[in-house]
Design a protein around this ligand. Structure first.
Ligand SMILES: [Zn+2]
Length: 153
């Protein structure tokens, strides 16, 4: 029949946790099934926790880490719909920006076609280049305005 407790339990547990054994404790563990189970349990816990250190981490620290991880996961679950909505808003904004640039391009083209007489002293190719430059400047301005909204950090 196995013993239900041992007076050396605390010393054996500490030795198993720290790995600092003296010869009398090693001999005691060989003869005490209760303490042998303690050593096996501590070694199992070391393997499961993946701790390579000599000392097991403090139980309170493990508890706090687990709570922080759970809170972080809960926070990510709550924020996920907002992140999706933010992505949709950004995509919509990008499409609106693209539509605005296209609209400006065609607006400048039709303005140039109707308001510039054929007998203009400036050649048509220079006017077309100016329109392209104005469109590019408008696109650059839009990008500079919306860049802080579209790109974070
Ligand atoms: Zn014992």
């Amino acid at each position: 029949m196995k013993a239900l407790s041992c007076p050396q339990e605390a010393v054996v547990t500490n030795s198993a946790r720290t790995g600092c054994w003296d010869n009398s404790m090693k001999e005691h563990v060989k003869g005490c099934p209760y303490c042998r189970e303690i050593v096996q349990a501590v070694e199992w816990m070391k393997r499961v926790s993946g701790v390579e250190e000599k000392y097991l981490p403090d139980a309170e620290q493990v508890w706090l880490n687990a709570r922080m991880l759970a809170m972080q996961e809960a926070q990510e679950r709550v924020v996920r719909p907002l992140a999706i909505a933010l992505f949709a808003v950004k995509a919509t904004l990008m499409l609106a920006l693209l539509a605005g640039i296209i609209w400006i391009w065609f607006g400048f083209q039709s303005l140039a076609a109707h308001s510039i007489p054929n007998s203009s002293p400036v050649p048509q190719s220079v006017i077309a280049a100016g329109i392209a430059l104005a469109t590019s400047a408008a696109a650059f301005l839009f990008i500079k305005l919306f860049q802080p909204i579209l790109i974070e950090e």
